[in-house]
Design a protein around this ligand. Sequence first.
Ligand SMILES: [Zn+2]
Length: 397
Amino acid sequence: MKRSQAPTKKATRQHTKQHNARLVLKTIYDAGDVSRADLARLTGLTRATVSNIVAGYLDKGIVAETGVGPSIGGKPPILLSMVPNARQLICLDLGSEQFTGALVNLRGHFEQQISLPVNGRTAQAALDLVYELVDQLLSHVTAPVLGMALGSPGLIDADAGLVKQSVNLDWHDLPLQQLLADRYAFPVHIANDSHLAALAEYSYGNDDTRNLVLIKMGQGIGSGIVLNGRIFYGEGFGAGEIGHVSVVADGEQCSCGNVGCLETVASVRAMLRQVEMAASQNPDSLLATNSPITWEILRQACQQGDATAQQIVTQAGDFLGLAVANLVGILNVNRIVIAGDVAQTGDLFIGAVKNSMNRRVLPKLAVDTAVQYATTESNLVLLGASALILSQGLGVI
Ligand SMILES: [Zn+2]
């Protein structure tokens, strides 16, 4: 519903105050250490306003006076910086095999990490496992909790805090945010796990582009789209469902009910299935000596130069490149980031993606588009959760 009344003066004043406070904190966060005079210069706010806001953060312990800067005549200025351990963030990643949680500080540093196996739990049992994970993390907390964020596969309405559909966990229209907020006394955010992974690469990666698409390669394939520094959720929070774009006309049946989806030919699951088939046809091959086939076996076979293994991985990359070409053609995003264990195959996979994309997009777009593996460490979903809390709670990201 659109707002029908103009905000009151008081509301506007409150909003400006909050905006200024966030601007000051973000400037301190970005600068590392900075004097009050420089803060006023960088933010365009008056010295008095800056001093007032800084006093508030000093009171809360989020900012501290940490040294003195060089004098430019007169008294040397006192430097301010953010206290990384002043608050802790509770970050959760509901993976298909295990639920992982971490306590993270204000600089994205992991302080405690716990994983609990899912063992096929669904519905209420899966929810109870989330509670158990959070309870365990809370027993290790050493600072006030700023907030909690959780990434889950599936269709997540991040605004309403609703898991609209998570097939693996058998959650449908589950008001997860409210359930968690009722149980724990801090702000809670939920989002799709691939969306959070994209936010992590955007916030912590070593590149300053404002737009990127991160493709999460695993048993399935998902992606997160960051446009102009913000996650693009899509009208129904389903943006980036790249695993279910069609790449093979009249292809195999997909779990979603359609045929020829990217997931059926390029996911890790699809690659392993192809290896099983190839191995059964050629009992003497390197791959046939191992059963069941795991990703690790496929990776090693590629490394040892097994032609069948390499061809399967290259073909998966080729299909992904086709989907990427369509993405680039539509969005003109010039940074495509691939995350997941496929990175272990190095150039073999990503080279195939690039070749395939280059053959299918306008030459100028091909030149301008970088296709690369994620530059941030693993735990992308947890890192993205921390970025979401920092962005919502403090406005520093
Ligand atoms: Zn599908």
